[in-house]
Design a protein around this ligand. Structure first.
Ligand SMILES: Cc1cc2nc3c(=O)[nH]c(=O)nc-3n(C[C@H](O)[C@H](O)[C@H](O)COP(=O)(O)O)c2cc1C
Ligand code: SF4
Ligand code: SF4
Length: 260
């Protein structure tokens, strides 16, 4: 099968997953496309053909695929379309996320040929894995992309459903969200960026100080993108989370790659 186009598909509130997906996809020798599933709003159904490939990425939330991403991935329909799976995680663990992503994409008609689990800056406690993917990570992700480019024909023509083995266990671990609330300080200039960028429309259209805590998925996008630094998690709470996480995230983890 001659592949004509590869599309980078991602749900990536703070950009790590987008970076990892694009580094891999950018090495594949076909026309490049992009589908960003992060913004809120209605979406059409997306159909991919057999002569296309996708590199699809999500961040890990509590060892799982974020429920919002999982919902949005149901809009994608493959027709034996080759897929490369990517999860990024904050140097703690990715647990069941890669297996969950694989099963979602199989259900949607894709053929998962390869996968990567990529440590990246923890977007809640940004001192963990700060600045990752760094130079060394970028090099490895590009190498992986180049290897896939070289071996794509061999991999896709010998592929049988179930060939790709990734880490993870069923039943999947339960995820109940993180008990953190976003506070808005007096430096808010009412610019509306957070309202526009929130992936789940959790911020009041008329008053950015009001966040619907039931809707908020604590994705940290508004915190990262607020130009006034007005949105943040309470410092004491964040310190407590950082201390707890540092016990399990302190040591540098390296990206893992899987090929069918
Ligand atoms: C709600 C939430 C839950 C998270 N859970 C995990 C986790 O279970 N394991 C981990 O290592 N990192 C975890 N992280 C860190 C993110 O997976 C990591 O920073 C990821 O690269 C963010 O991707 P993005 O920049 O594409 O949004 C979590 C982050 C958030 C916001
Ligand atoms: S992005 Fe920041 S400054 Fe702009 S409305 Fe939101 S909280 Fe206020
Ligand atoms: S309000 Fe919650 S869901 Fe919306 S961008 Fe901010 S952290 Fe993410």
């Amino acid at each position: 099968m001659n592949i004509k186009q590869v599309t980078s598909v991602y749900f990536s509130p703070t950009g790590n997953t987008k970076t990892a997906v694009e580094l891999i996809a950018g090495q594949l020798p076909w026309k490049q496309g992009r589908l960003d599933l992060t913004d809120a709003g209605r979406r059409p159904e997306y159909h991919f053909m057999e002569n296309e490939a996708v590199v699809i990425g999500v961040p890990v939330y509590g060892g799982r695929v974020p429920a919002t991403a999982s919902e949005r991935l149901k809009k994608l329909h493959g027709r034996k379309t080759a897929a490369v799976l990517v999860v990024t995680y904050g140097n703690r663990a990715y647990e069941d996320a890669l297996l969950e992503l694989k099963l979602i994409l199989l259900r949607q008609g894709f053929c998962p040929l390869a996968a990567a689990a990529v440590p990246a800056e923890h977007n809640i406690v940004r001192s963990i894995a700060s600045g990752r993917p760094d130079k060394a990570d970028r090099k490895r992700l590009k190498q992986f992309g180049r290897e896939l480019g070289r071996r794509f024909w061999e991999l896709s023509s010998n592929y049988r459903i179930g060939d790709l083995k990734v880490s993870g266990h069923r039943p999947f671990r339960k995820y109940h969200g993180v008990p953190l609330k976003i506070k808005v300080g007096s430096s808010c200039k009412n610019c509306g960026t957070c309202i526009q960028k929130c992936p789940v429309q959790a911020i009041s259209r008329t008053d950015p100080r009001i966040t619907d805590t039931e809707r908020c998925i604590t994705c940290m996008r508004c915190v990262k993108q607020c130009p006034s630094g007005a949105r943040r998690i309470n410092t004491m709470v964040l310190l407590a989370v950082a201390q707890r996480l540092k016990k399990v995230c302190g040591e540098r983890k390296e990206a893992e790659f899987f090929i069918a």
